[in-house]
Design a protein around this ligand. Structure first.
Ligand code: SF4
Length: 239
């Protein structure tokens, strides 16, 4: 597994710091600022994966990197692994449109899967409603809340590609535990079926999506709870 530490053309070192789906406490922010000042950092850059890149002079990064663990942060794993999970602010605290706790689910998925080895980099995005502010159809595994504790799942999306593709929806209105079971299954099949360095989306283009599907019970939807109708009403009132 690689680490997100990259030498830049200007000689500086870029260190990619991952927290919990982009959520940082004031203590973590203050601690990061202290570490960065001590290491002579030039700047931070927020990334599209909700991580923070610190630009540091080479030779002064060691203390910065060691200090991350004391703040509950780490250098982001890179290469052919499950990458930092991108989750929208969808929960009761951050976004009034959220149908389900996307942020909590994203954090839990990251906690369990970040850094797991795969044939080619694997990106997860979790959105709290069909607006999809984190582009779930552009992720290898995209989750979209469809109600309280129920989610749709699309697989094989490829946003960052010269030949982009949208993910294919393989599950509708499944419960949170089934999202974990589905991801576990898709990762296992990806490991078995993909060629070396083949993206999940390309493997699906080559083989079809069926070989990646789990047994039917994992895909069985939960009961309707009326959240989508509520969401449609909300959109009508606020658009
Ligand atoms: S996807 Fe929905 S819940 Fe998430 S930030 Fe966008 S509008 Fe809010």
């Amino acid at each position: 597994m690689g680490e997100g530490i990259f030498k830049q053309k200007n000689g500086l070192l870029a260190v990619d710091v991952v927290g919990s789906c982009g959520v940082l406490t004031p203590e973590q922010l203050a601690g990061l600022a202290r570490l960065a000042e001590k290491a002579g950092a030039i700047a931070f850059k927020l990334t599209s994966r909700q991580t923070l890149v610190a630009l540091l002079p080479e030779g002064r990064a060691e203390g910065f990197i060691e200090g991350l663990a004391t703040l509950g942060l780490r250098v982001s794993p890179y290469g052919n692994v499950v990458r930092a999970v991108k989750a929208c602010p969808g929960n009761e605290d951050f976004c009034p449109r959220a149908l389900g706790d996307a942020l909590g689910l994203g954090m839990a998925l990251q906690e369990r899967y970040l850094g797991r080895e795969v044939p080619k980099d694997f990106k997860i995005a979790v959105a709290g409603c069909p607006r999809g502010c984190v582009d779930p159809y552009c992720a290898d595994f995209g989750v979209i809340a469809a109600g309280k504790d129920v989610f749709d799942v699309a697989v094989g999306g490829m946003g960052g590609s010269s030949r982009p593709r949208h993910g294919v929806v393989i599950a509708r209105r499944i419960g949170r535990e089934k999202v974990f079971a589905l991801l576990e299954h898709v990762l296992a099949r990806f490991g078995e079926l993909a060629q070396p360095r083949e993206k999940l989306g390309r493997a699906i283009e080559r083989l079809g999506v069926e070989p990646f599907l789990p047994p039917a019970p994992t895909l069985a939807p939960e009961e309707e709870d009326g959240s989508l109708a509520e969401f449609a009403r909300f959109l009508k009132e606020h658009d």
